[in-house]
Write a new protein. Sequence first.
Length: 387
Amino acid sequence: MKRRLIGIAAAISCALALVVGMEAYSATKANQNLKWDDTVVTQEEDPTISLSGTTLTVKGTAVELGVNNTKLNNLAALVNTWQGYWNGTNAWLEITNYMHMVAGVIPEFSIWEIRDGEQRKVWSDLEKFNAFTDQYRIDLTNETAKCEKNCQSNMVEALKDKADKAWSLYDSGTGMAAPEGTTWISTPVTVIAGGMNYERHVTTAGAVWVLKSNGLVSEFGAATTNSLTAYFTISDDAGNTIFSIKKTDSFTEGASITQFSHSGETGTIVFRHRQGQSGHPSLYFKTSLDTEVSWIEEGESGFPYAVTWTENSTTHDWSASLAIQAPYTVPSAGFFKGMVQVEGETITEHSAPVKMQYIIIGNPAKKYSVAPVTISGQTVMGLTEVQ
């Protein structure tokens, strides 16, 4: 029985005597010249040579040969089979294994073939990703176009009533075109606030007011922001005030006492309500009318009474209930006065002459014609009721 041995990395340095039948001959092939497919033939009857797996034993000396030639031949045949399959002359696989190493390159697994003399990519795993991204781009483009269309439609709807820079071309309430050359304010309440969030409002209803100007200037403001002292002023082109709506300055004046009573250490003072009065009066006290004796205001040190204020819900008169407080005692003489803060009033001031033929006054209102009348040498305004 013969065996084939692979001679890769063998360390055999001996001459093998090969005996066939009765005839003996020698094989003197050097081990360094052995190739993996060289064949060493032995006779099983030779007791000095034996082969077990990858171990060759010669005269009792064992030499490791590595993989035997039978297994290597089988492995070589298998590799050749796969090589012919995967790396054939007409078809092959291609794999990129440099993931994240080359910028802009996506790793790919693909199959190629040569057909009609040209290389063609038969299949690639990137095809499914390309199909997904292509569809995503289509969907994104469609959604973007739809969004732009909706946004444009919504914007047109939102801006259809918007006035442009020439805002007075439109009615202020409806946005419709205003009469040519006219600034049309149609809202029922018009608020004019010069330098403030809220000043005064003018309400109109059931009538159209037309303000024509030829050289007149309308100004809005307050003394705190500029030279104006009125809420609304109409002046001529020279700056002379013709008509204004303004508020007079606040002032302090004495309060009128309508009632005074006392009993022991308590007393009551009633002050009449003053039109435009702000809150209850300020109460003052002193023990002598001598000008060298100062008035002491309620709440200050030396004021001897505790004061409780009460407002009459009907007349709005103010009552001050007085009670002597320790360590003070009721003086033999005492004097009180009250001072009220009167807020300024809003008035209409005409600086130019006012011409009128009729006037409506009274409640119920009545209409009168206006004409000068001389009485006792004085010319006064006479009113004659118009029926």
